[in-house]
Design a binder for this molecule. Sequence first.
Ligand code: GLU
Length: 318
Amino acid sequence: MSRPSDQIQATRLAPSPTGALHLGNARTFLINWALARRQGWRIILRIEDLDTPRVKPGVIDETIDILRWLGIDWDEGPIVQSRDMEPYAQAMQCLAQDRRVYPCELTRSQIEAAASAPQEGVHETRFPPDLRPPTRPDHFMDRGTNWRFVVEDREIRFCDGFLGEQAHTPARTVGDFVVWTRRGQPSYQLAVVVDDARQRVTQIVRGSDLLDSAARQILLYEALDLEPRANYWHLPIVVGEDGRRLAKRHGDTRLSHYRSLGARPERIIALIARWSGIDLGSARELSSAEFRSALDLRRMSTETTIFRSEDEAWILAD
Ligand code: GLU
């Protein structure tokens, strides 16, 4: 068996083509790319399009084009998740053989009615263990229903490359979560673990809105006995002045919008650099290569980043 230090290091850029890239995603991708190019990690571009009802035509090409415009490149891909569904079904078969999953027709409101009152700040409904059926099938036979994963009641610890030591107990926050959906597709949690393992991803860099998902994903790595295990880096997300996650309500912060107004990518990179603790001096523009050399995660705040109206003026000023 190879020692961890012998392992080829790899990361992935994993955009969901549900809308064009906005400033928040752009920051995560630029940092992910800069870390990878500095540390010699191979970069895979993976398009996470399994959320089909929301995938708009043309967005995949637009996403790729915008990443290139920003000065980001990759070594492999694009790999489009929906083109090969078999690995996810095989993973389900493995989980079923070990009786780790079960079909579940309960609706969200039935689960909510059975669960205790939701705690403040907890948005997901916790699936109470007493709703788990007494027996579980030993094969994955019905792709047209929701399947849940049996979550053991234990604490999951890991060291996040950016946020440090983490301890999460998914049994207390989400309980048995969905791994396969009635649309005949794996859930995000299952798809991401199957893909990260088969694409040999060792470094996962993404927004801290997915921090809670890491413990669920670690449970799936363990249940499926998958290697290599990835390290996680969860970066602060960008919010509007109202403190809410950057979205349409904050105006059009898509990179394609700024590009159509004549903004230069170097100006956007300079804003992302400022948000990432880079001292720009008097510079108003930065190339992706300059960003790569200047980035020092020890100088980056772990607080959420606030996108202000001055920031937009900065991008668009002559
Ligand atoms: N496709 C996901 C997103 O755009 C990222 C998933 C991940 O990095 O694990 O939010």
